[in-house]
Design a protein around this ligand. Structure first.
Ligand code: BGC
Length: 916
């Protein structure tokens, strides 16, 4: 432990002994191998991969003597035995470079189905080599439509004319099967499969995967994702049977607000191609074609995303996907060719899975029903283990909250029925979950069960479903409500990352609202490993862009009518830029640059002299609007112009990163012109003119850099006045809220931001927590103990937008921020303030885990910092430094009174200082 009271003038590097030790045995050192190998947007050994020009990433181990990388070498081969000596696909050779992330593959061209095995080694700062990493691999899926020899198959499910809620046609789920015989022994088998709809596949009665509602939701007119399964272990020599269930899902179900938007257009279908390599080297293919048979007389009678699923156990077809089943009553399927204009591409992010289980915490008897309370609003399905009497139907309803009188509050589901039915075929305990629907709920209500049995909490378990990604960060503090807020943010993420980013998971929407996505996206990147999720959805955004450059306000689009909204379509500049900022990977910018330009051109076309007249949902759901409008008080033209400038600015910055100088100049000039016009039109000496003066108008002006330098201070003063007028409360909706912390922090008003964050009264984050929220709500006052539910039916209790504050909690309260895109250099600058006495956060950066945890005891401040290898960090220590414990070198670089800044190398550090 190094103690120094008069610390300020010291510059020191205390790791010398480590270096000396290493230096003395230089030639024998073999450093520990690289860790956490991934490809492209963070995939680990993927099967059916989409990217034939992947990028490689690895992390240096956290270990003494490993500070940074000075060189690397990557090998890629077509079989593991060829490594490391005979890499036949690529040998990068030793590259003098500190780049350990997003290194592009530059080997032989790769094709559909190709297997690639790869490994990497690095040299550290002293040019000592590591051992080779373990061998990782990936296998490409079918990359081209021409790889598909199979045909789309399905039954005519329109014929029956089953009508559902709002009179839309319901397509009964189909059961499709085919038996086939294989003469030889199988070496390996791959099943390539997808659906226009959602599917579940089994072979010889065995489930092939635990994916939920694959292939997921893309702009189906443009692209349908395909999935690859390794089925080598379930295929047998001799007779086999493959069975596929397919339901409408997003494709042919009731989606959007209008009745029958999709369901009348196309029936659900399946496309699958089983490719077998036999032990003798020969190949066989089993295709979806006219030899398949199907029925709609199976147990799942109907299944609809909004409305729920109905299951009749009397119609179960024992063994229907095994060899021992007669399908003589089944009918032949119809076949349809693979279209050339709908791209079939391997899924480029992970499928939805069953991720967690929540046990029932409380059981409430209400009349003849039972209500199971999970005490957490969640998204997924229930697992039901319920005693039933033969022939009786169990009714399963859901609610996010109970009304004060204990009854189910379902008004906010609007037209979504969100109800399951299960008819029992015999007495006894059933075990069942719906398959092709999902619900947003905290409470499950059962009726129709065997009431002679004593009810038990374990009749209902909540299965939490979301896209299969891991957590990426942690944040905890000494403040219970702040922790609850963090938990609500994370549950908002879990609930609304169901293959696409949704506005809400429970009512008759569940769509990819672009505004909500741009507002919450940045926070999601701290809490979960969602790069691939966003990169994939951004592809859908590109595919949904209108010919005139407009971006629909939901993606995938459900309207196809050229309608846009400012602040919503701008997702196409904001999310790519934020992902680049968090990952340092330029690919996300390259992929989206043309779309950004198109959108900026669309802004330009809807503006006159740079002043926007674009349609806008504006500062959606701003609290206490003077005009009583759900779109808030802030001028739509002001908002549109601000986002026009902001998108032009982000496009300019993107052009710069991509080395496109002319584009940079063009968009930078455009940004400045729009900013100038914005200020002239809407501000006078830093004060809003001509339109309503709102917190959000000042926030947009300051956050997006639209004020000339001489007027910034005034604009800030007026913003503070507006906040003071609101009794130091926020008055911001979807667009203004994420900007509050950024602007107040950057203008030195961090105390005020703490005040707003810790406010308990309406409108504030803690207000909903005080009313019992376990997720983020759509409205600041979706419910209150005093007044009950907000009377509006548009009242989701799981809407992630206001969770956007999470980004600031990580970056400033915990103090972990990148100093350059991708965290190659990091800034650790926490801001300890009352009422907090401690905070601990960690974040998995592309280089490894960075952590910052602090604690105050009186005016003593302790800070623990972990800096990952191959990065450096600047630590800004509040107060007067007292002592430091370090594992590696540290250097004082500036010493402003009360804010000393240290440059630290990878390692773990403890700082102590005295706060004023
Ligand atoms: C959605 C949103 C969306 C908004 C746009 C709502 O119905 O749930 O969150 O952004 O409409 O106005």
């Amino acid at each position: 432990m190094f103690k120094k009271s008069n610390f300020k003038y010291f510059v020191y590097a205390l790791s010398a002994f480590i270096f000396l030790n290493i230096a003395s045995c230089k030639n024998q050192v073999v450093l520990q191998d690289p860790q956490k190998l991934t490809i492209s947007e963070g995939f680990k050994n993927p099967l059916g991969f989409y990217d034939s020009t992947p990028a490689f990433s690895w992390q240096l181990p956290v270990s003494e003597g490993i500070l940074s990388q000075s060189a690397y070498q990557i090998l890629a081969a077509s079989s593991p035995e060829l490594l490391p000596d005979n890499a036949d696909l690529w040998d990068s050779k030793k590259q003098i470079s500190d780049q350990s992330v997003w290194v592009k593959y530059e080997g032989k061209p790769l094709e559909s189905r190709q297997n690639v095995y790869w490994q990497v080694k690095y040299w550290n700062q002293d040019n000592e080599a590591s051992s080779w990493s373990e061998v990782n691999h990936f296998e490409l899926g079918l990359l081209n439509n021409s790889d598909w020899k199979a045909k789309w198959i399905g039954l005519d499910t329109k014929k029956e004319k089953v009508l559902g809620s709002q009179n839309n046609i319901i397509h009964r789920p189909q059961y499709l099967r085919k038996g086939f015989e294989l003469s030889g022994e199988i070496a390996s088998a791959r099943l390539y499969i997808t659906a226009k709809g959602v599917f579940d596949v089994s072979i010889n009665g065995q489930d092939v995967s635990d994916d939920v509602m694959p292939p997921g939701y893309t702009p189906y007119k443009e692209r349908i994702e395909t999935i690859t399964y390794d089925v080598s272990d379930v295929i047998e020599s001799g007779q086999n049977t493959i069975g596929v269930e397919v339901a409408a899902g997003w494709h042919s179900g009731r989606l959007g607000w209008k009745k029958s938007l999709w369901s009348n257009t196309e029936t659900p279908k399946v496309l699958c191609q089983l490719e077998l390599i036999m032990k003798d080297g020969s190949k066989e293919m089993i295709l979806s074609d006219d030899s398949w048979k199907g029925t709609t007389n199976g147990p799942i009678r109907v299944s609809e995303i909004y409305d729920g699923e109905t299951y009749d156990a009397n119609l179960e077809m024992e063994g229907w996907a095994t060899n021992n089943f007669s399908d003589k009553d089944w009918v032949s399927v119809n076949t349809f060719p693979v279209e050339s204009n709908i791209r079939l591409e391997p899924k480029r992010h992970t499928t939805v899975k069953n991720k967690m289980e929540l046990a029932t915490k409380e059981l409430i008897k209400k009349d003849t029903t039972l209500i199971f309370d999970l005490k957490q609003n969640m998204v997924g399905v229930p697992l039901l283990k319920v005693p039933m009497k033969k022939g009786k139907t169990l009714k399963v309803r859901f609610a996010e909250m109970l009304s004060p009188d204990g009854t189910f509050y379902t008004d906010n589901y609007r037209s979504a029925q969100s109800t399951n039915y299960y008819t029992a075929s015999e007495d006894g305990i059933i075990e069942w979950s719906p398959k092709f629907t999902f619900h947003g709920f905290r409470y499950v209500e059962l009726s129709g069960f065997d009431d002679s049995k004593e009810p038990s909490k374990d009749w209902v378990t909540g299965i939490v479903q979301y896209s299969d990604f891991d957590a990426n960060g942690t944040f905890t503090s000494s403040h219970e409500k702040l922790n609850q807020l963090q938990s609500n943010i994370v549950w908002g993420l879990r609930g609304n990352f169901f293959d696409i980013p949704t506005d809400c998971p429970q009512r008759d929407e569940r769509m990819g609202w672009t505004g909500d996505a741009q507002v919450f996206g940045p926070t999601s990147m701290f809490n979960a490993d969602v790069y691939k999720f966003w990169a994939s959805w951004m592809q859908s955004v590109r595919e949904s862009q209108y010919d005139n450059g407009g971006i629909p306000f939901v993606v995938p689009d459900v309207l196809y009518n050229n309608q846009v909204s400012s602040g919503w379509g701008d997702v196409c500049t904001i999310i790519p830029w934020k992902i680049y900022y968090r990952t340092g990977d330029k690919k996300i910018l390259e992929e989206n640059f043309e779309m950004m330009k198109g959108w900026v051109a669309h802004h330009e076309a809807t503006a006159t002299d740079y002043i926007s007249s674009m349609n806008s949902f504006a500062d959606w759901l701003q609290p206490l609007p003077d005009n009583g409008d759900t779109k808030g008080d802030t001028s739509h033209s002001l908002i549109g112009t601000a986002f026009f400038a902001h998108s032009a600015h982000l496009t300019a910055k993107t052009a710069k990163v991509l080395g496109k100088t002319e584009d940079f100049e063009k968009y930078d000039e455009l940004y400045k012109k729009v900013a100038n016009a914005f200020e002239k039109q809407f501000f006078d000496n830093g004060k809003v003119k001509n339109v309503a003066e709102t917190q959000t108008s000042y926030l947009l002006a300051l956050a997006f850099g639209l004020m000339s330098d001489e007027h910034k201070a005034n604009a800030k003063t007026h913003l503070l006045e507006k906040i003071a007028d609101a009794d130091n409360h926020l008055r911001t909706g979807f667009l203004g809220t994420p900007l509050l912390s950024e602007v107040l922090d950057e203008t030195g008003e961090i105390d005020l931001m703490y005040k707003l964050l810790f406010n308990e009264t309406y409108p504030s984050w803690f207000y909903s927590i005080n009313q019992g929220a376990t997720t983020i709500w759509e409205r600041w006052n979706s419910y209150s103990k005093a007044e009950g539910f907000n009377p509006m039916k548009m009242n989701s209790l799981n809407h992630y937008a206001y969770g956007a504050i999470g980004e600031w909690m990580y970056e400033r309260i915990a103090g972990i921020a990148p100093l350059e895109p991708g965290y190659k250099t990091i800034r650790i600058a926490p801001v300890p303030k009352e009422p907090l006495t401690s905070v601990a956060a960690s974040l998995n950066t592309p280089y490894g885990k960075v952590a910052s945890s602090w604690e105050t005891k009186g005016n003593e401040f302790h800070l623990q910092v972990v800096v990952p290898p191959n990065t450096t960090a600047k630590v800004v220590l509040p107060g007067t430094p007292e002592s430091i414990e370090e594992t590696n070198s540290i250097e004082l670089i500036t010493n402003e009174a009360g804010n000393d800044e240290f440059l630290v190398q990878p390692g773990t550090y403890s700082f102590t200082s005295k706060l004023p």
